[in-house]
Design a protein around this ligand. Sequence first.
Ligand code: ARG
Length: 460
Amino acid sequence: MAEPQKTWEHRLAKATDSLAVDFVESLSFDIRLYKYDIVGSIAHAEMLCEQKLLTKDELKQIKDALVEISKEIEEGKFKFDKTLEDIHMAIEAALTAKTEAGKKLHTGRSRNDQVATDIRLWMRDEIEIIQTKITLLQKALVKLAEKYVGDVMPAYTHFQRAQPISIAAYVLSFVEQLHRDNLRLKNCRTILNVSPLGSGAIAGSSLPLDRKKTASLLGFSDITYNTIDSVSDRDFCAEFIFDCSMIATHLSKLAEDWIVFSTTEFDFIRIDDAFCTSSSMMPQKRNPDMLELIRGKTGSVYGSLMATLTILKAQPSGYNRDLQDDKRHVFSASDTIETCVDMAAAIVGNTSFKTEKISAGIDKGFLDATALAEYLVKKGIPFRTAHGIVGTLVAKCEKENKSLAEISIDEFKKYSEVISGDIYNCLGAKNVANSYATASAASPGQMAEQIKYWKKQMEK
Ligand code: ARG
């Protein structure tokens, strides 16, 4: 008699309907967990042996067979049978076919604690991969910032010209955002790094399993302390995808800025040809498609977050098959983020600021108005009064189509007797940018310090 393929053929009288086979399987996507499934199984087997539930000989047979299976999968020689549903059953079936001892591996274990373990093991590694990629993007940004630390550009509020800043200040704003993204991922990793293995299907086992042993073999910091929670919650998956969503949000801001900056209207930056496309019809075009895709892919990452939260919402406590689909969204979000961060780093490394173009237009838009008000404050005028004086001057200049620096000293004096010739030192975008005195303000001097700080930080 042929060995039953599925482990429950003694219970269910009929083979699974073919439509149901396709519907229930996850092997097509959870195959990505195979290494973690095997590592988890080896740890479980080691523990079973220590607890005398496996002989040393059986342990060796199981380990050898699992290593063989791992090689077969790596080399593409493994036969995947979707009637086995998922990676856990596929590997167990292959193991049992290789050695009788394989039948003992699932002692005290369920796919419920197995999958909760595998996905945590996978996510720990994935978080490190994303963190490394983020650091590379930060390095590219710091390099770009360093190149333009002495150059000034406008900063915008309400997308209207606000105050002049060192270009480095603008570029480093993304380094800060990405730094928090990495901290969030670090926190997510800390929270998820506990072992659910040994929780079994829902309530644990009557066998003397040593959960702390498998936890330590797998590098978990502790075990989980409630078996129901262990097999039923995937809050860490939602959190991981939220972290990916935040990265996508930050990348989408950079993408949007740079799409605007590369227009003829702005003409602030040039993205290298290698990262542009052209048009099949309009021969003049240099389109920033890579940035548009980074911006657009934010949608699919947010979609994964919504999908995961909705999968988790109002499930009855305990394991439910709904949870199987978490992996589609976790994998999709992480794949998207990996490629977007890589793409962003490459674009950042191949973009230059058109500093001449930027400075040619920098004295439009009264970027020095706030600094002028602060000049009056330094001479003893209350800020509200100073704000009013400068507002009047700006309105006058706008009518006369000139900049604040083009007002003569005699004219200035009509507006306030405290004004003297030194007023011109605080006018003009470059002077203003150099005058910022508060901690971490957007001046070239302070940004040079920040660049030093980030460089040191990233060496670690
Ligand atoms: N493939 C399943 C998942 O990813 C494994 C757990 C299945 N457990 C069960 N009792 N049917 O969630």
